[in-house]
Design a protein around this ligand. Sequence first.
Ligand code: ASP
Length: 290
Amino acid sequence: MTNFKPVCIATWRFPNASLKAGEMLAEGASALDAVEQGVMVEEADIRNTTVGRGGAPDREGNVTLDACIMAPSGNAGAVVYLKNNTHAVSVARKVMEETPHVILAGEGANQFARQHGFEKEDLLTKASEEAYKEWLKKKEYKPIINIENHDTIGMLCIDQKGDIAGACTSSGLSYKMNVRVGDSPIIGSGLYLDNEVGGAVATGMGEAILKSVGSFLIVELMRQGKSPQEACETAIMRIIKQNPNFKDFQAAFIAINKNGEIGSYCIQEGFSYMEYRAGENKNIPSKFYI
Ligand code: ASP
């Protein structure tokens, strides 16, 4: 594909996020700035109950966020169990840029955020609190496939120079166990990229994605010459093979290679992704297994 740059892809139907990132890229922003600011749009949107502020709490009523970011250099940062900041991706970027570490967790991540000027916020909105109180009546924990059709946002951008960056941010599974960590902040599972090859991001049942190390797998398959589509399909087929109960949950990957070719595959019908390219911001239904 010639002249495909810049381009942004993102999980689910989050048009405002891909628009933000896509317009920034068109104006010459770096892929790293574009993915950060793109996913921040969803983190701040309280109508979205699976990312950032307004995210559904764990079963004890805490809203805890997981996020990671990866730069074209291969550098990465992540936070897990971040409690009082909407923009988990920005705290993850600070971890990447200002510490010798990759992941900060729990109280340490909260303290680190405070030290870097992120003010303490309450992430539980009225609506999430009411939904949580309703949930407490039955306390039934089961994944809801394609919940509300918007979930974790994972984004990959290629900027005008051809560099690729990615970010992934989530409040994790609704009513998860306290201190449960999903795939979204784990480099290799929720997100992986190699600036010479391409990148991949995941959404869906974090436990299954973690066990597949799927984003890393997809990038390695692309390195070996598979198309992004073939690579996403292989990763999902591996999840299906590892999980006899695969019909009960959703898992999805999107990927892009350095030529701007895109792939997407998931278990269940209903997943889609955004693509912003040359001023056009499209939502594209993913291919699926079932
Ligand atoms: N992958 C996320 C997690 O397991 C949730 C999601 O994408 O729906 O935390």
